[in-house]
Write a protein that binds this ligand. Sequence first.
Ligand code: ZN
Ligand code: ZN
Length: 593
Amino acid sequence: MNKRTFSALLVASALATLGGCTTQPANDTNDTQVTQQQAQSFKQATDAFIEDLWQESPSWALYEGYHKYAHILPIPDEAGRQSTLAFVEKQRARFAPFNVDSLNPNERTDYYLIKNQLDSIEWSIKKFKSHQWMPSNYNVAGGFSRIFNGDYDTLDNRLRSALKRLENVPAYYQAAIKNITVPTLEHTTLGITQNKGALSVFGESLNKQIAESGLSTEEKSQFEARLVSARDAINGYVKHLETLKTTLEKNGNARSFRIGSDLYEQKFALNIQSEYSAKQMYDKAMADKNNVLRKMAKLADQLWPKYFKNHSRPKDDNVAISELIKKISVRHVKRDDFVEEIRQQIPALEAFVKEKDLISIDPEKPLVVRATPEYMRGFAGASVSAPGPYDKKANTYYNVTPLDNMNDEQAESYLREYNHWMLQILNIHEAIPGHYTQLVYANESPSLIKAILGNGAMVEGWAVYTEIMMLEEGYGDFEKEMWLMYYKWNLRVIANTILDYSIHNLDWNKDQVLDLLMNQVFQEKAEAEGKWRRATLSQVQLTSYYSGYREIYDFREELKRKSGENFDLKQFHETFLSYGSSPVKYIKQLMRK
Ligand code: ZN
Ligand code: ZN
């Protein structure tokens, strides 16, 4: 235990005594003092928690830009799990003295995020037990590549911490092999592919870095020896998994990748942190799917004569909608104009938000639209990169991948997907008033806890919510084509929730998933195949977009009903975002007060 942790514990216990005073009549001076002391000790407690968290999870720390523990590679054996559980208990004790009701909203949401994180860690070890069945969990490449490619320190210093870190690689994979007692076929296959890929991190370019470094001859030869052992360990692990895979296939006794209803509900509660259960959210998605399809059928009635003069609308709604979408999608930008078109749309979105008074956006740190840097180009698409919690001064980028690596056919298909209308919805989601705007607000109530443990369903839910909010407020002039495209886009989010739930709870197979995506909600085959694969490897994550969106939208409607004519949309948006990336559940509690 370090000194800092120790003192934080002392302060926290002192606070518990003080905290009792607040319920008794006290004069203002005392109140202020107590609040200040409490704020100070809460800050100390969260700082100490984060420091312990990074020591406990050095690889995660590297991803957040914290490098103090770069030299540590924890061994995932039973002793390691026991020490993780001890970490959980230590942190619980640290926060136990705080009276949640007396914390301010910012602190309170931090408190809940920490509590939830600790519950998740414990649940993962004791109940979920993915260490026994997810061979793809084990891979040392990520952390090492952060060290080798980072520019946070001199090459020599980074190599020295990597040298220490390498020492545990053989023990790491030995523990992994021992842990895997009931693997799924899907995660075994993924583990093989990804660990083969891991070898590239320890390849030629690293040898070159070592040769060019200022490490001593002794250090260099030690490095060489440890690299040989590390490569052997990775190869040994891959070989073990390949043998395992053959046996599993032969005997047909692999564990199912479906986690079943109990674990699914628990994981949903911990990850999404919603007021709804997974089942309730699934029911909402099913109802939404039918609502949206009904609206699309109506739009098809209205749009059909405009696009098809010579043949009449097919009776089957889905056939009609599908033909119409194909026809309308041919309106799109030229491939070479893709990035520029997005760049030009941002000011237009900003102007609309301002004109309609939907939310104010502090232009202090403008969004920089750029072509996605080469090293980030895994797949075509668009994304927003926010500065990490330890690098707040950096720019916020809107990365747009140019279509350079596509042949004509691929580019045409991609441009039809991101056609004239869809591209605008994408920009609402990624930029204004979606992810970028949310980020600007989150930065205004700076909380390291929310930057690290922020709720994904709230972040994605907000971006999805803004799509329909903008259209409801008249963005796109209520053009029917815009709404049709929006509904197609929205159906994908709805379908993700339906299929993820159905696969893990209702035993859906691949054919059922493809039928839903391709025949019922107008998605392409490649998209559908990819989605099936993703759902066999993950659980709950696919529901986060819809869950966050549904909960935000329902909450807004609830407030609208309560306040009637007094409801102020702008105020709702600004208050909602003022709590940072907290779970919607807690934002609701705070706003209802
Ligand atoms: Zn075209
Ligand atoms: Zn998003």
